[in-house]
Design a protein around this ligand. Structure first.
Ligand code: GLU
Length: 469
């Protein structure tokens, strides 16, 4: 038996493009709130606007949710499929007198607004049919409108914003069912939230005004109003509302950029919510800590540097298996070829010296170049410069020593230091040519780690190649 007091939340994205990071953050907050309390978390695709909704956008949302590991209960719900139920509720409201038939045509409504504007009055449409007696109804198409209160005020008790007061004379009699029989989005949201048993609506504060109008339907139907928590939108580093100017907005773009899902989750959780001074944490901790009361009232600013810093900490802490899996997904989402089983095994053996200080998978793979590439090593321009004739001579002196002694870090350090000293050089002076010979790159793990990972045969072969070229 589910706990009756456990919360039920949902994420209700409109599938009209990519999955916005704001949507991902809202999903995360809802997920944390429900999952941390043994509740339910649902995914509802708000596809009532058939002209704007696309299958691709829904797929992008599902991919984003799966990448982040935000699992939902039951099936994905399509709002459009509930149209008959939504219409039924509109008709129930009609029968109960909390809604009415409005026969005003588009032209009449436009004329009303024009006149109101000219006279300097509110352009909020006031239907002449609100109190019309049924005998006066024409035999013509009609919309069903809610009978909203016209005086007094509506108070939204919001867990983030506090009490938000909306004057009722600012609410119009919104349409519930259009004259073509299709339900409006505003009606559909309320019916779905009620039917799904949603107890807490956590969403962007751009929906705060909608809450006042949606409450009309909850009240008219005698349904429990959910707990509202409207969270401030995410802003860019300049304090302006996040937009394309600020860089990538899609969740998938951040996956493509090589950030692990757990770093993204950690970062998104910190966007507008905090637990003391904790910056780095796991989802396990966030599940324990998440509270609506610690959501901030002011907009959070997206800070790519902070994300990169969290990402580096998560990469360093990740288990090898999880890293290998996420790197495979990173390659796939970028449309790059997968690693062969052999390369994957080589990469895995090197992870211990690659994990530290990689801000993203791109950086990690760049450092992994030495295990992912095959002989003969093709040095890049910078590495090529390190392979001058003197250095090549020294490298060739190294190989005989490497053949006999044991293959461990201390021995290798001893051999390289000895050869360096014989030439009056510091050990560090040999690092660049060794990196160039072993990896063909200048940014690599330590040369001793590379030697240990590559093994004796491969190391010697690469040194010989470099010194004879
Ligand atoms: N479909 C809305 C959106 O994508 C969310 C509505 C809601 O959460 O109530 O912004």
């Amino acid at each position: 038996m589910p706990d009756q007091s456990a919360p039920v939340t949902r994420i209700a994205p409109s599938p009209t493009g990519f999955m916005h990071i704001g949507t991902a953050r809202t999903a995360l907050f809802n997920w944390l709130y429900a999952r941390g309390r043994g509740g339910k978390f649902y995914l509802r695709i708000e596809d009532t606007d058939q002209a704007r909704s696309t299958r691709e956008a829904t797929d992008a949302i599902l991919r984003g949710m799966r990448w982040l590991g935000l699992d939902w209960d039951g099936e994905v719900k399509s709002q459009a499929e509930g149209a008959a139920r939504h219409a039924e509720v509109a008709r129930q409201m009609l029968a109960a007198g909390t809604a009415y038939k409005c026969f005003s045509t588009q032209d009449e409504i436009a004329a009303f607004r024009e006149e109101a504007r000219a006279a300097g009055r509110s352009t909020l449409f006031r239907s002449p049919w609100r109190d019309a007696r049924p005998e006066t109804h024409p035999d013509a198409p009609f919309a069903i409108r809610v009978k909203a209160p016209q005086s007094g005020q509506t108070v939204i008790k919001d867990r983030v914003q506090g009490d938000v007061v909306i004057r009722n004379d600012q609410l119009d009699d919104m349409i519930l069912l259009r004259s073509d029989g299709t339900p409006t989005y505003m009606l559909a949201v309320v019916v779905d939230d009620h039917d799904m048993g949603v107890s807490h609506v956590i969403r962007g504060d751009d929906h705060l005004n909608n809450a006042a109008r949606q409450m009309l339907v909850f009240n008219a139907m005698g349904w429990d109003v959910p707990v509202w928590a409207h969270i401030p939108l995410i802003h860019g580093e300049d304090g302006k509302k996040l937009s394309k100017r600020h860089g990538a907005l899609g969740v998938e773009d951040w996956q493509k950029a090589g950030y692990p899902a757990r770093a993204m989750l950690n970062y998104l959780a910190r966007l507008g919510w905090s637990h003391g001074d904790d910056e780095y944490f796991t989802m396990h901790q966030a599940l324990e800590w998440f509270e609506l009361d610690s959501i901030k009232k002011s907009p959070a600013r997206f800070d790519t540097k902070k994300l990169a810093s969290l990402s580096s900490q998560h990469i360093a802490a990740m288990e090898d298996g999880a890293l290998i899996e996420e790197i495979a997904a990173y390659l796939a989402v970028n449309g790059w070829p997968a690693l062969t089983a052999q390369k994957n095994a080589a990469l895995q053996s090197a992870l211990y010296c690659l994990k530290d200080r990689a801000r993203d998978f791109g950086e990690l793979l760049e450092k992994a170049h030495f295990v992912l590439t095959d002989k003969p090593i093709d040095p890049d321009e910078k590495a090529q410069k390190a392979l001058d004739p003197v250095s090549k001579g020294i490298l060739s002196e190294l190989t005989p020593h490497l053949r006999n002694d044991s293959w461990d870090r201390d021995t290798l350090e001893g051999i390289v230091s000895q050869v360096a000293e014989a030439h009056g050089l510091k050990l560090g002076k040999l690092a660049a040519p060794l990196r160039a010979a072993l990896a063909g790159r200048s940014v690599t793990p330590s040369v001793f780690d590379m030697m240990l990972v590559l093994g004796r045969e491969e190391t010697i072969a690469r040194l010989e190649d470099a010194s004879s070229r």
